[in-house]
Design a binder for this molecule. Structure first.
Ligand code: NAD
Ligand code: ZN
Length: 342
């Protein structure tokens, strides 16, 4: 079968013929239909320090996907050939203290699809049955393909109650834009989104931000004044990875404000701990999705009218992956989808 493979250390990817994966007794074999390009895939393509430290080669990459089940292992009775499914890309150990307590997203031994085990930029992918999410009939396949980053957005955005609250989101990448839509759906009042990139600010505005801000041009303090806010933001979601954005959050929270941090810092971060202490802030780190409460929440939000489809701005055949990666890298895009059916 064909897969997008990091053949050896260094820049780039190749569309290569690789052996078909064989499902074990607890596994599900899936024919991939659509897959989303993630920032992680761009890091692996570019072969930065993180990728060089993390990815064994050769490795088929990719972890955001939707596909159709073609075969199941002999222990699998809940899934059947023909089912439309996505996969939770974090494969957990099932035996550590957190896994045994049902807190699987906190597993200390998580293995990443398309990072530590063969991924979903391929005609076929295998996952344990415990990692399979069954979609309802008629779901938009492009939306189903991005449940992984939609799950990052959902897990972060719903970490704290937002009904009636004023929410600050730093970073209008695909995840920040989806988070803006989610907090509006969940009843937030003002949703202020910052980004340096005008394409991304426009996308955030289209997806529910009530105000978009270029932090180089406007102080968040002034934005608060214009909105009639007097005490600061109640909830903030850090979705840029920028140390400056995290500082802007800490300087603009209400007393008792809550901060969920998803962005992976590009650099060492110095935190104004004095503000955190005197303003009594709560800061929570977020990794991945809750298994499977986040997946349930995504499903029911879509079924109750949430629309995240505007975040998908580009679609390419898998054969045109170079062009797809270039668009994803450019910043003039939201989510970029690779079609594996053509
Ligand atoms: P992205 O890189 O597409 O978007 C980040 C955005 O932040 C960009 O649009 C960029 O212009 C903007 N930005 C940069 N500096 C800024 C600043 N000072 N203020 C405001 N905005 C700024 O990323 P994404 O795919 O949307 O993911 C968001 C973040 O979450 C990334 O840091 C990513 O690495 C991280 N991530 C974390 C997890 C997790 O499980 N913790 C999972 C997926 C992604
Ligand atoms: Zn575990």
């Amino acid at each position: 079968m064909l897969a997008l493979v990091k053949e050896r250390p260094g820049e780039g990817l190749t569309l290569s013929e690789v052996p078909e994966p064989a499902p074990g007794i607890n596994d599900v074999l899936i024919r991939v239909r659509k897959a989303g390009i993630c920032g992680t895939d761009l890091h692996i393509y570019a072969w930065d320090d993180w990728a060089a430290r993390t990815i064994p080669t050769p490795m088929a990459i990719g972890h955001e996907f939707v596909g159709e089940i073609v075969a199941v292992g002999s222990n699998v009775s809940d899934f059947h050939p023909g089912d439309l499914v996505s996969g939770e890309g974090h494969v957990v150990c099932g035996r550590c203290r957190n896994c045994m307590a049902g807190r699987r997203h906190l597993c200390a031994h998580t293995i990443g699809l398309g990072v530590n085990r063969p991924g979903a930029f391929a005609e076929l992918v295998v996952l344990p049955m415990t990692n399979i999410w069954h979609h309802w009939d008629g779901i938009d396949e492009d939306v189903a393909a991005i449940f992984d980053p939609f799950g990052n957005a959902t897990h972060t955005a719903l970490s704290f109650p937002v009904l009636g609250e004023d929410v600050l989101i730093t970073g209008a990448g695909p995840i920040g834009c989806m988070a803006a839509a989610i907090v509006r759906h969940a009843g937030a009042r003002h949703v202020v989104v910052t980004d340096l990139n005008p394409f991304r600010r426009d996308l955030a505005a289209a997806m529910g931000a009530t105000v978009v801000v270029d932090p180089r041009e406007r102080e968040l303090r002034d934005v608060q004044g214009e909105l009639g806010m007097t005490e600061g933001f109640d909830v903030a979601l850090e979705m840029s990875g920028s140390p400056a954005a995290l500082d802007a959050i800490v300087q603009n929270m209400a007393h008792g404000g809550r901060v969920a941090v998803l962005g992976i810092p590009s650099d060492a971060v110095s935190l104004d701990l004095e503000r955190v202490v005197f303003d009594m802030l709560t800061i929570k780190g977020i990794y991945g999705r809750e298994m499977y409460e986040t997946w349930y929440q995504m499903t029911v939000m879509l079924q109750s009218g949430l629309d995240i489809s505007p975040v998908i701005t580009h679609r390419f055949s898998h054969g045109d992956f170079e062009e797809a990666f270039a668009v994803a890298r450019s910043g003039a895009s939201g989510k970029v989808i690779l079609d594996w059916t053509d």
